[in-house]
Design a protein around this ligand. Structure first.
Ligand code: XCC
Ligand code: SF4
Length: 636
């Protein structure tokens, strides 16, 4: 059997041999060293919830079938999964909490570094949340929206649903979630409830634990929704912007600062401050001044709002440092490999952590607070300029690979493009084309990369296959990173890969929107929290058609997922009614009850279900089949 390739990213393939020669260890080396990975863990049947354990269930039936307390494989797998969902929901929602708190400060006239950038959006959110914004001062509206969002973290009445979930769903879905008892009332309480019910000696019924997990996933959705929408208020609602992606965006003659992580509260200010410090960089010898690039979801955030080039996605973050050209990597929260400080030791790169709850041994910590954001950002940029002076030019290897990428397709931007065709009824052209089959369906690609499969390959293979079958493609997170780096967010990709009828529609919309050609093959919707933008579009379509989400020819795919956040996202996609593909075998296979629940029973309860398929061609076929089934259901 031939060895699986590490990656299809040409920049990474250029750098990997150089890393090897220099004796620098990367994620792929560590993954190889970790093999064989623990079979019990892979099946999810290892329990470490109490210190009578660890316990593990023998999947072949010869050894123990129950842990010391008597928990069986179904209980153990379900508990492990629910706790992962809680971890994901906590991460996204904590991010959202920071944004909501900042908006509150802006409303109260504090936080001078921030302002309300999109008033219209703020008012329309207030409208959605029933806050009657019409005659109110904009700062008052900001306060009320922030407080209504924070209420979703503090409400104690179990029978009142979270504001954001309730106001962003179809009515039928709201009823369904209420009926099943999985509508969240308070994000933090739901996360705490999962931790409590999975404590030793509590909930032992796998199906019931999974319902708790679904509620946790919806709490995750709620946190993502408010993160996305309130970020737009503070930093602007994305509009299509042309930029570039992959490591070739680094510049030999510039101070290169990589912003990495998730939360735009920090990166936005770093960008603002860096713009003003160009002269200082030039004085230090950087002819081209300061060059900011993004990694992971921070990269997506600044790419879609500012057109800042995207350096790379999750799995190849170490590679950015291995170019020898990154002077500072500024990180906030989530998906930052602790390995980067070790790699940085071989170079001049400053790794700068900024959050009190996210430090990495070996990094420089510059604490970031909303009230002193500009000062911290200035210190960060100064450190980068200092590091630039120490850069060893002999170690610089910037791969000559970059692609054009058109980013920034928020729901609003999509509606704006459509309204150029039909100003009175912007959705009509989209819906007509779905009904007549020119667009067979819509696929949302989300999630991470994972060394268990060839980096970027599943995303690329499935997307090309779906495009050929006239499926409209949306993308977020590191999947969006894959498509940006590999040229699928271009008009040329539409010409090359879209099926004829999809191409015709994308061309009509693109031309009407003044793009002088088709829309890109993959529409970039943003970071992981921005998956809510896709829901926004889907709910608008569903309402217009008068059906619930589980009737739409809409599918999701996380073909290279790894994080707890991705587990949470996939689970809420199922809860909203979407057939949801995952391309990595999940750590649940040790429980027939859990597998059956998520791949079959969920379909009866919610309309959505998981499709597990590691072969990308097969996965594409299954997604197309799921779309066809939905079309049949609608009689189209
Ligand atoms: Fe990427 Fe969002 Fe996954 Fe992290 S989790 S690896 S998508 S950066 Ni969202
Ligand atoms: Fe073992 Fe039960 Fe403790 Fe888990 S909770 S470690 S199965 S005794």
């Amino acid at each position: 059997m031939s060895k699986m390739k590490n990656t299809i990213d040409p920049a990474v393939n250029y750098l990997l041999p150089l890393a090897k020669k220099a004796g620098i260890e990367t994620v792929w080396d560590r993954f190889a060293a970790m093999k064989p990975q623990c079979g019990f863990g892979e099946l999810g049947v290892c329990c470490r919830i109490c210190w009578k354990g660890p316990c593990r269930i023998d999947p072949f039936g010869n050894g123990p079938q129950r842990g010391v307390c008597g928990a069986d494989a179904n209980t153990i797998v379900a508990r492990n999964l629910a706790r992962m969902i809680a971890g994901g929901a906590a991460s996204h929602s904590d991010h959202g909490r920071h944004i909501a708190l900042t908006l509150l400060e802006v409303g109260e006239g504090h936080a001078p570094a921030y302002r309300i950038k999109d008033e219209q959006k703020l008012r329309s959110i207030a409208e959605k949340l029933n806050l009657a914004p019409a005659d109110k001062d904009i700062r008052q509206v900001a306060k009320e929206v922030a407080l209504a969002s924070l209420e979703d973290y503090s409400r104690q009445n179990y029978s009142i649903p979270c504001n954001w979930t309730k106001s962003t769903m179809t009515a039928e879905r709201v009823d369904k979630l209420l009926d099943l008892g999985i509508m969240p009332h308070n994000i933090d309480a739901v996360i705490a409830e999962i931790m409590a019910r999975t404590h030793v000696g509590c909930d032992a019924d796998a199906a019931n634990i999974l319902l708790g997990g679904l509620k946790g996933a919806l709490a995750d959705y709620n946190g993502m929704c408010l993160s996305t929408e309130l970020s737009d208020v503070l930093f602007g609602t994305p509009e299509p912007v042309v930029t570039t992606a992959n490591l070739g965006v680094l510049k030999e003659d510039a101070v290169n600062i990589a912003v990495h992580g998730h939360n735009p509260l920090l990166s936005e200010i770093v960008c603002d401050v860096a713009l003003k410090m160009n002269e200082e960089a030039k004085k230090a010898g950087a002819k081209e001044g300061i060059n900011i690039v993004g990694i992971c979801c921070t990269g997506n955030e600044v790419m879609m709002r500012r057109g800042i080039p995207l350096a790379t996605n999750y799995l190849s973050q170490e590679m950015a440092i291995i170019t020898g050209a990154v002077d500072a990597m500024v990180v906030d929260v989530q998906c930052i490999m602790p390995a980067i400080t070790g790699v940085a030791e071989c170079f001049h790169t400053e790794i700068i952590t900024t959050m009190p709850v996210n430090k990495i041994t070996g990094a420089t910590h510059i604490e970031f607070r909303e009230d002193s954001a500009i000062d911290s950002a200035r210190k960060i940029v100064e450190l980068a300029i200092d590091a630039f002076k120490r850069r060893d030019r002999r170690k610089v290897n910037i791969p000559d690979y970059k692609q054009t990428a058109i980013a920034g397709f928020s729901a609003e931007a999509i509606m704006a493009a459509l309204s150029k065709i039909d100003a009175k009824d912007p959705l009509k052209p989209l819906i007509d084309n779905i009904i007549n089959g020119n667009i067979q369906g819509i696929a949302l690609f989300a999630g991470c990369n994972n060394p268990r499969t060839t980096h970027d390959n599943n995303f690329m293979t499935i997307a090309k296959e779906l495009a050929k079958n006239n499926v409209l493609i949306l993308a977020t997170g590191c999947g969006a990173g894959t498509f940006a780096k590999n040229g699928l967010m271009t008009q040329e990709a539409t010409e090359a890969y879209a099926g004829d009828s999809l191409k015709a529609v994308l061309t009509t919309i693109g031309k009407a929107a003044g793009l002088n050609g088709p829309l890109p093959l993959v529409l970039h919707m943003g970071s992981c929290v921005d998956n809510s933008r896709a829901v926004n579009v889907a709910v608008t379509i569903a309402n217009k058609l008068g059906v619930d989400l589980d009737k739409l020819p809409l599918v999701a795919s996380a073909p290279e997922f790894m994080s707890e956040k991705a587990v949470a996202i996939g689970t809420w996609a199922v809860a909203l009614g979407l057939p949801t593909h995952i391309g990595i075998v999940p750590q649940i296979m040790g429980s027939s009850v859990v597998v059956e629940f998520l791949t079959e029973k969920a379909k009866d309860l919610l309309g959505g279900y998981f499709i597990v398929e590691t072969d990308p061609k097969q996965a594409a076929a299954k997604l197309v089949a799921a779309i066809k089934e939905r079309r049949k259901g609608l009689g189209i």
